[in-house]
Design a protein around this ligand. Sequence first.
Ligand SMILES: Cc1ncc(COP(=O)(O)O)c(C=O)c1O
Length: 368
Amino acid sequence: MQLRIPGPTPVPPEVLQAGAKPMINHRGKDFAVLIQSLTARLKELFVTKNDLYLLTGSGTGALETSIVNTLSPGDKVLGVTIGEFGERYLDIAKTFGADLVRMDVEYGTPADPDAIRRALQADPAIKAVIITHNETSTGVTNDIRAVGKIAREFDKLLLVDSVSGIGSLLYPVDEWGGDIVSASSQKGWMTPPGLAMVSVSAKAWEFNKVAKMPRSYWDLGAAKSYLAKDQTPWTPAVSVMYAMDKGLDLMMHEGLANVQARHARIANTIRTGVKDMGLQLLARDETYASNTVTAIRVPEGVNAGDLLRTIRADSDIELATGQGSLAGKIFRIGHLGWITDEDARIILDGIAKALPKVGFKAGAVAGR
Ligand SMILES: Cc1ncc(COP(=O)(O)O)c(C=O)c1O
């Protein structure tokens, strides 16, 4: 089976095996070694000297962590959304009482850094910017380097959802900026679901001193005081940590630059392949097309469910549907984490084989 949804992603056998180790005392010496080693290597892969915390939960928990630990109800926040995960980030901020200034960007396009600059110029009361690095629902990557520069220039807190980005995509946190950057184990890390990761800057800690949003499980203060003892405040997902220990070994062995180059190369193969079949990407400008997930328009006359079912039945490949308002309009290929050039060709073959069976006629692509 080729599991090619944008997370959970396939996990190499040696990583699965590492996750099957016997339990240890999470307040003992072996755990101290494990968490130290994971934290140090994750910092290398985030290219940051900021604090970094492993949280037991999914990516959404990391997003909530970033908001409730830095903001107070009534704080003005510029919420930039280019898709369904941007919506989710904004929803969390709103739920906890942020005064949201929305920037809605048409699905299939990235945010315009100049528009962010103008929004910050127009409203000096804005304290923070929240944004998605790589929008998994549309297959579009935002220019976080440019956004980071602007956030620094205006001295705003920058919270970045990089759940399907960092590691697989270039994002040197210290160089580009990002006060809390969120990630999750089941994406590019070749690890099962269950762990979230956040890097936390000195500026985020400054905001934390006065942040009044309610928090308990996701309290970074607790995470900080326990990490000083090589522990976590609550019982961690020890098995997923063991698995990640092996996943990170694999990434470090390949080398971060090589991991990212492989993602870029495979994404390019996928994009070229689907376009050659006569399909259209959702991303309007390929410069911003994601190197971890490709969103493809469902061609005219084709039913998305039939297409994915046929690909699964004939080729044993699991692709993803569109989410929210994109349901039925697009399908998505996750190509992050444990994936080779050969896998990319297998995926393309599976799609090519299924298309004629579900009524696809080359040329009859969905209009833009
Ligand atoms: C960009 C992005 N943000 C947030 C999430 C939410 O992560 P989780 O499902 O692990 O809570 C995802 C997961 O697909 C994602 O792709």
